[in-house]
Design a binder for this molecule. Structure first.
Ligand SMILES: Nc1ncnc2c1ncn2[C@@H]1O[C@H](COP(=O)(O)OP(=O)(O)OP(=O)(O)O)[C@@H](O)[C@H]1O
Ligand SMILES: [Mg+2]
Length: 234
């Protein structure tokens, strides 16, 4: 029987044990549906009650454009060495070690500015489960190798490849690229990064099938949830 979204919900719900905070990672190639899946999980798990699940995107650890310019890496923004991987691993460790004290603030990523934004994601002490998602959670090179040991489980999103590229192009267009630029970026820079991500697939605890990712957009987001991307035609 292929995994269903409800199976994933049950599995995520069971991760925090003995009151301890658990961290679930969701990995996958650019445009694989990681953020959509994470948002849906968090929304469903929190329901209408007190929030006990938080969403911390790896995207908040993008280096700022000014730094990328200085390093000469702006043209491959999104590659592993255009993130603060050590900072991300350190934040995950803090989220584990400081699970009962103050709010821990994580950075977010502002898609219109395409820049990281410090202090954008508060993780309350009540969060017993943190869902974190991004491309390179399973990379085993450099500082990225410090990420996996901080995670209780990592799930790997594996959508239909054509559909992934189609959505990625649509999203690049939506955020200002021309069609030609969007296709070139999706098949160039994004595709090189996708190959690196795919190499981590076998280190995942489970593979999220296309069937789950395809119906990933619920009709009516609940209280406080953003409808990001879901209702839009792509
Ligand atoms: N089931 C779905 N139906 C329609 N569109 C979807 C669905 N799932 C995701 N999308 C759209 O596909 C695009 C990529 O999804 P999403 O942003 O979740 O992927 P991602 O893996 O987080 O991408 P990135 O690596 O760039 O952060 C988005 O525009 C999103 O709205
Ligand atoms: Mg995303």
């Amino acid at each position: 029987m292929p995994l269903t979204f409800d199976d994933l919900l049950d599995r995520a719900r069971s991760l925090p044990r003995d009151g301890r905070r658990a961290i679930l990672g969701i990995a996958g190639s650019p445009g694989a549906g990681k953020t959509t899946l994470a948002e849906r999980l968090v929304r469903e798990l929190n329901g209408d009650g007190e929030p006990w699940v938080a969403h911390v995107p790896m995207d908040g650890f993008h280096l700022a454009d000014a730094v990328l310019d200085r390093l000469g890496r702006r043209d491959r923004k999104g590659a592993p060495d255009t993130f603060d991987a050590a900072g991300y691993a350190a934040l995950l460790r803090r989220l584990r070690e400081e699970a009962y004290g103050d709010v821990v603030y994580a950075p977010g990523f502002e898609r219109v500015l395409e820049q990281p934004l410090a202090g954008a994601v508060p993780v309350e002490p009540a969060a017993r489960l943190v869902v974190t998602e991004g491309n390179y959670l399973l990379l085993d090179t450099g500082a990225w190798a410090r990420v996996r040991p901080q995670l209780d489980e990592v799930w790997f999103c594996e959508p239909d490849e054509e559909e992934r590229v189609r959505r990625l192009v649509a999203r690049h267009e939506e955020f200002g690229k021309s069609h030609e630029e969007a296709v070139a970026w999706a098949l160039g820079t994004d595709q090189r990064n996708a190959a690196l991500v795919a190499a981590g697939r076998d280190r995942a605890d489970l593979v999220v099938p296309d069937t789950v990712l395809r119906d990933g957009c619920p009709a009516a987001p609940r209280r406080g949830a953003g409808a990001r991307g879901c209702a839009r035609p792509v």
